[in-house]
Design a protein around this ligand. Structure first.
Ligand code: NAD
Length: 481
């Protein structure tokens, strides 16, 4: 395999050492825009994983003991380095993941903002004093870092998802072994490099790759690990939650899939709804767990909405993410193009109308056209399983209750969206939707300072906001007389 010189050599990062492939097993990393291999990724051996867990264990006490003020300085310095390095890092993201360079830049800058916010918030890990029932007694509630964390992150948002986990854990005094996706390995290595260059003590953060099921089984069971955090599919989440329980009731945060409903009510600003949702739908080619997917449109607006949406979708330029003119890149891997084809054929077979897209594009890489399917029956697979791709599916409703019933029908509840100019309807819909996040007349549901997480099978625990810091803290009550 020939390495792509634009991409560079991949290493493991264990106990502060950057480890070459050497005699380790390797796996090819593929550029989804070409389908060609661009680098060989070394897999961590069992000894490597043990060394990473031992390093996280050994460094936990001194890192926890370092004042939060000093931990914050290191994380903020890393944020500055990410900003300085935005261009080269964004190019790596495009080469391994496929998204347009503009989105990759935004992702790197968003990660820097996340680092800044969590670094500061780590300094505010306050406890509280509870008035005691006993004369002369002091009752204190304190917060402590949970311990070394094992993190598992996916390929779709390879910088921001790990940035959330790493910065929150480190800011409150936890150490970490992270196994990011083997399909997008350079991204997290760049986060680790920024922290290493910013002066992070060796061993506090460790990055390993391998066969996912083997790494997770070994790492989660390791006695040093106290907490698991995972972002990915529901099926893998179930597996890891089981391992965490078996390994000693270890704490876990699960950010799993979604299938976001969008409700467009009769009084909505239609043009605004179309603009906002087209941007959200085709960002990262729809490979986002909060991507709007099931569009329930009031029957009086349905056809106009579909027309506007499809015409905006058709205008999106497909291409290599490194081309500045590209509006949407390839899908990240051939599993996604195959899934898109399967879902389109099934929906059409069941009576849906294919309004635009529905096919692969070109004969290189994993491109799939921005797709709109209208009047999709409830029993179509796309209405029930997360497409995780550039597919919008619509249906119409006639009453508020019907819209809510459809939106809440699935066993997932991550993001949801609604468009209405009525304050009363907005309030009612916010209360009625079973979801971790509700975007009312907008798609701004993911900021460093706001909680991000799901209900039902979309998982448990939050990232972002003060809730995201709590995920890495335990509570201790001290009663002193
Ligand atoms: P998958 O279920 O095999 O993998 C999902 C992620 O989990 C990948 O990053 C993978 O590396 C990791 N993984 C897989 N097995 C693991 C294990 N035993 N231990 C630790 N990590 C493991 O499927 P996929 O084809 O990559 O994606 C399929 C579906 O997963 C998508 O359609 C989507 O629904 C969901 N997904 C969700 C997110 C998200 O942000 N919530 C991200 C990626 C994928």
């Amino acid at each position: 395999m020939t390495e792509d010189p634009r991409y560079g050599t991949l290493r493991l990062f264990i106990d502060g050492h950057w480890l070459d492939a050497g005699t380790r097993v390797t796996e090819d990393v593929i550029n989804p825009a070409s389908g060609e291999a661009i680098a060989a990724l070394p897999h961590a051996s069992r000894d490597d994983i043990d060394a990473a867990a031992r390093a996280a264990d050994r460094t936990f006490k001194p890192w926890k003991a370092l004042p939060a003020y000093d931990r914050a300085k290191i994380i903020r310095k890393a944020a500055d380095l990410l900003r300085e390095r935005v261009e080269p890092i964004a190019r790596l993201v495009v080469l391994e993941q496929g998204k347009p360079i503009l989105e990759a830049r935004q992702e790197v800058l968003a990660a820097a903002d996340i680092f800044d916010w969590t670094a500061d918030e780590g300094r505010r890990t306050y406890g509280r004093i509870v008035p005691s029932r006993m004369p002369g007694a002091r009752w204190l509630v304190t917060k402590e870092p949970v311990g070394p964390v094992a993190a598992f992150t996916p390929w779709n948002i390879p910088i921001v998802i790990p940035a959330r986990k790493i910065s929150a854990a480190l800011a409150v005094g936890c150490t970490m072994v992270i196994k990011p996706s083997e399909e997008t390995p350079a991204s997290v290595l760049e986060l680790a490099r920024a922290l290493d260059d910013a002066g992070l003590p060796k061993g506090v953060l460790n990055v390993v790759y391998g066969v996912p099921a083997e790494v997770s089984e070994h790492l989660i069971a390791h006695p040093a690990i106290r907490k698991i955090t995972f972002t990915g599919s529901i099926s893998v989440g179930q597996e890891l939650a089981k391992l965490a329980a078996q390994a000693g009731v270890k704490r876990a945060t699960m950010e799993l899939g979604g299938h976001a409903p969008v409700l467009v009510f009769e009084d909505a600003d239609l043009d605004h709804a179309v603009r906002s949702m087209v941007a959200a739908k085709y960002r990262n080619a729809g490979q986002v767990c909060v991507s709007p997917t099931r569009f329930y449109i009031h029957e009086s607006l349905h056809d106009r909405f579909v027309e506007g949406f499809a015409s905006a979708a058709k205008a999106i330029k497909l291409g290599d993410g490194l081309d500045a003119a590209t509006g949407m890149g390839p899908l990240a891997n051939p599993r996604r193009t195959a899934a898109m084809e399967r879902l389109v054929v099934d929906a059409v077979d069941r009576g849906a109308k294919l309004v635009t897209g529905g096919e692969r594009s070109g004969n290189r890489g994993y491109f799939f056209q921005p797709t709109v399917l209208a009047n999709v029956p409830t029993e179509a697979r796309a209405m029930n399983e997360e497409p995780f791709g550039p597919m919008a599916i619509t249906s119409s409703f006639s009453s508020f209750d019907e819209a809510i019933e459809q939106a809440n029908r699935l066993p997932f509840g991550l993001a949801s969206y609604a468009f209405t100019t009525s304050g009363k309807t907005a309030g009612m819909v916010a209360d009625a939707l079973e979801a971790g996040m509700v975007g009312l007349n907008n798609n701004f549901i993911n900021m460093p300072e706001t909680p991000f997480g799901g209900v039902k099978q979309s998982g448990y625990g939050s990232e972002g906001g003060t809730e995201g810091m709590d995920a890495y803290l335990t509570t201790k009550f001290v009663s002193q007389t």
